[in-house]
Write a protein that binds this ligand. Structure first.
Ligand code: TXA
Ligand code: MG
Length: 305
């Protein structure tokens, strides 16, 4: 079953049942060494599946839950190996979306849910995106409209000292540090053969459109014009209104200059361009500033060239 959260749509299964969780991996074509996030109704449910609940987890949960923050903590014995890729830690989050919350309360068990897309594709922010990506592999899709945050949750690992930011997201790094002190950012690309991966969402080919996509710093105009001159059909994802208008025949999506609205629009924009059958998508990166950490991270991963 797929359901909306405030970040992206999730593909859910009872996190306590290995047979149910196995179906998620099958439907997504997800490698078994990529662990899942377990969704819970609140902090007490999270504690019940963790081995220990670090002080930092309490601080973060009371400030950001329910919300787009995933905490990696020591794994408790109730969780099957498949969920954590047999690793000693578990990722948990209490989603704020009313549909997700209702579902968790009604189910009465924790729900393991990755983003509801085929592995390696762009995450879904509408029910239609889920249908397009998973087709018959998903039995039920609860349509809650477009997801408000639009990018996946921030993931922070609390089992290391200092804690590590495994995936930037809607909860900014500065605000995390304001709550629990120093948090290390992880830049290195993990070795894909490591089992389990430190956070396989960090594999470089992730969240990618099918259309060859390239990211540029500053104006994309020159690249767009170059590609067009070769006869290629080009899409242009701009950062704000372009200073020089698009060459005729180029498909343009003008993205907002405000982080929250940019993130909320991002995947739908990439899905739209990807559906046009273009030869090339040129993406203008937002400024290299901490405010744009999560968005730039997703855009670089969307880059296929
Ligand atoms: O916003 C979200 O987090 C969405 C919604 C549905 O909640 N879910 C999501 O799930 O993005 P997924 O599976 O697409 O991404 C989960 C990320 C992956 O990068 C995975 O490797 C990482 O979390 N992860 C899961 N368990 C982990 C663990 N025990 N240690 C480190 N990373 C973990
Ligand atoms: Mg995903």
């Amino acid at each position: 079953m797929a359901f909306p959260t405030e970040t992206v749509y999730g593909l859910g299964a009872n996190a306590l049942r290995a047979e149910a969780v196995a179906k998620i991996f099958a439907a997504k074509g997800r490698p078994a060494n990529n662990p899942l996030i377990v969704h819970v109704a609140g902090e007490s449910a999270a504690r019940s599946i963790a081995l220990h609940w670090p002080a930092a987890a309490s601080k973060l949960a009371s400030r950001f839950w329910p919300g787009p923050l995933t905490l990696v903590v020591p794994r408790g014995p109730r969780i099957p190996d498949l969920v954590t890729a047999a690793g000693p830690t578990i990722a948990v989050r209490a989603p704020a979306h009313p549909v997700a919350y209702r579902l968790l309360v009604t189910a009465g068990f924790p729900i393991a849910a990755p983003s509801a897309n085929r592995s390696g594709e762009i995450s879904p922010t509408t029910a239609e995106h889920v249908r397009k990506s998973l087709g018959d592999a998903v039995d039920i899709i609860i349509d809650g409209g477009p997801t408000p945050d639009g990018i996946e949750s921030t993931v922070v690992d609390l089992t290391t000292s200092p804690p590590r930011l495994l995936r930037p997201g809607p909860v900014p790094l500065a605000i995390l540090m304001d709550t629990i002190g120093n948090v290390e950012t992880v830049n290195r690309q993990p070795d894909a053969r490591q089992v389990p991966l430190p956070s396989p969402g960090m594999m470089s080919r992730h969240y990618a459109p099918r259309t060859p996509t390239e990211c540029v710093e500053g104006s994309g105009f020159a690249r767009v014009a170059q590609w067009q001159a070769t006869g290629a059909k080009v899409g242009w994802l701009t950062f704000g209104e372009p200073a020089i208008g698009p060459p005729a025949g180029v498909d343009v999506i003008v993205m907002p200059r405000e982080t929250g609205s940019y993130a909320s629009r991002l995947y739908a924009a990439l899905h739209e361009l990807d559906d046009l059958g273009l030869d090339r998508i040129v993406v203008e990166l937002p400024p290299e500033h901490d405010d744009w950490l999560a968005v730039r991270d997703r855009l670089r991963r969307a880059g296929t060239t």
